[in-house]
Design a protein around this ligand. Structure first.
Ligand code: NDP
Length: 399
């Protein structure tokens, strides 16, 4: 029995709150705190009536003092950060001050520099260790489940993993010519950045969307996918034995790419502030304001996601290949938690990561990436809480 404070009230936070409320024996009290309290109240209204006590609060997560005051008032066992990557460090500072465990799903990114790296959060290792508390970084799907899949492959099927290809396919259709499935600002910053992959000990950089492949995804079909930089590549390159190459591919439809190119060409995806009618605006933030709210896509999105990892390496001196993936249905998610599958596939692992720490199944003082813990209880929980996985020992490979 414990108390969780969820920060943020967007698509992912909504799912995580639903899933926490489904496990009242672990999450007996849930506080949802975010910038806009009305959004917290709307989530509370959806999940009230179960055994968990749900409360809401307004907080500016950029302000460490405000966070500390709220944490001291509610006294949670764990803070689950589902706001934006910009808030990671202020929330980690507040957790340190109050000696409370911390979990997030995306690594820190400075607002004025579209660059995400672990270095800022890894710099907290000693402080968390000294405070005797745990920070679990990247407990979404990717990063998150992809790291758990990697640790599971390493533990059970390989002596050395040489190649990892992470394939993230969204076969869903929301019916809009252009919309993003999660926070548009974060999403567009990610996909309009240069691509990169890890090979033989160093990063190989590509132009945005330069490397394209096709893959036939189980239950979705053939899709075009593009190589992107993605944050888990950085930690997996360090934590997986014998790694020679890690790549990350995401599927995009032609309509999405055509719109994105056009928006880029006219300067709408820029994060450089411009003057507009006497005040400074950031074009990408303005674009976010006119795009559909990702949380509103739930009722209209149909189709499935398929996200997983293909591993190639050696076991007992023999070559070994292993593909592990989850297929998730947008409409099934909507029926269960009033959200589409992108928020669902992130919110469920966020709840499970929090549960691993709150039940003591995962322990340790310091700052950890998810693949550093025993994957078995997390893999079991994925099957139990809505993200069952499938295995294939002879999958189609990506060239
Ligand atoms: P949303 O934009 O839907 O939600 C973000 C929430 O954070 C909003 O409720 C927003 O408040 C709140 N927020 C923003 N700034 C502050 C602040 N200063 N103080 C308090 N609250 C704040 O995003 P998503 O739910 O789609 O994504 C949440 C997180 O999950 C992001 O970090 C994203 O990168 C990550 N993610 C991770 C994935 C993974 O697989 N690992 C996949 C998808 C997302 P308001 O409502 O007022 O705007």
């Amino acid at each position: 029995m414990g108390k969780i404070m969820i920060i943020g009230a967007g698509g992912v936070a909504g799912v995580a709150a639903h899933k926490c409320a489904q496990v009242p024996e672990v999450f007996s009290e849930i506080m949802i705190a975010s910038r806009t309290k009305a959004k917290c109240d709307a989530i509370k209204a959806q999940i009230d009536g179960g055994k968990s006590i749900v409360t809401t609060a307004q907080v500016d997560a950029d302000n460490t003092k405000e966070l500390i005051a709220l944490i001291n008032q509610f006294k949670p066992d764990l803070v689950l950060n589902l706001a934006l990557p910009y808030q990671d460090l202020t929330i980690m500072d507040a957790c340190l001050a109050c000696k409370v465990n911390y979990v997030d799903t995306a690594n820190y990114e400075p607002k004025d520099e579209a660059k995400f790296e672990y270095k800022w959060q890894w710099a907290y290792r000693e402080k968390f260790k000294e405070a005797g508390i745990t920070a679990l970084l990247g407990s979404g799907f990717d990063p998150g489940v992809t790291g758990v899949f990697s640790a599971y492959a390493q533990k059970h099927y390989f002596d050395e993993i040489h190649y990892i290809d992470i394939l993230d396919c969204n076969g869903g259709d929301h019916g809009y010519p252009f919309a993003t499935n999660f926070n548009p600002e974060i999403n567009i910053r990610e996909v309009s950045a240069k691509g990169s992959y890890w090979e033989n000990g160093h990063w190989v950089e590509t132009e945005p969307m330069e490397i394209k492949r096709q893959y036939n995804f189980d239950q979705v079909g053939v899709k075009d996918m593009y190589l992107l930089h993605h944050e888990e590549l950085e930690s997996l390159a360090l934590n997986i034995n014998g790694i020679k190459r890690i790549r990350f591919f995401m599927t995009f439809g032609q309509s999405y790419l055509t719109h994105l190119k056009c928006l880029e060409n006219v300067g709408m995806t820029s994060i450089e502030p411009i003057m507009f009618e006497g005040r400074e605006i950031v074009p990408l933030q303005f674009l976010k304001a006119v795009l559909p709210d990702p949380a509103s896509l739930g009722p209209r999105t149909v189709g499935k996601t398929n996200i997983g990892c293909i591993f190639q390496g050696i076991k007992d001196g023999q070559p070994q290949t292993y593909y592990v993936y989850n297929v998730c249905d947008h409409q099934e998610c909507y029926k269960e938690v009033q959200s589409q599958a992108i928020s669902y596939t992130t919110g469920v692992p966020a709840m499970i990561g929090a549960m691993m720490l709150m039940t003591g199944k995962w322990q340790g003082a310091g700052v950890f990436n998810i693949e550093e813990f025993d994957p078995d209880p997390f893999m079991e929980a994925l099957n139990q809480y809505g993200l069952p996985w499938q295995e294939n020992f002879a999958p189609e490979l990506v060239d």
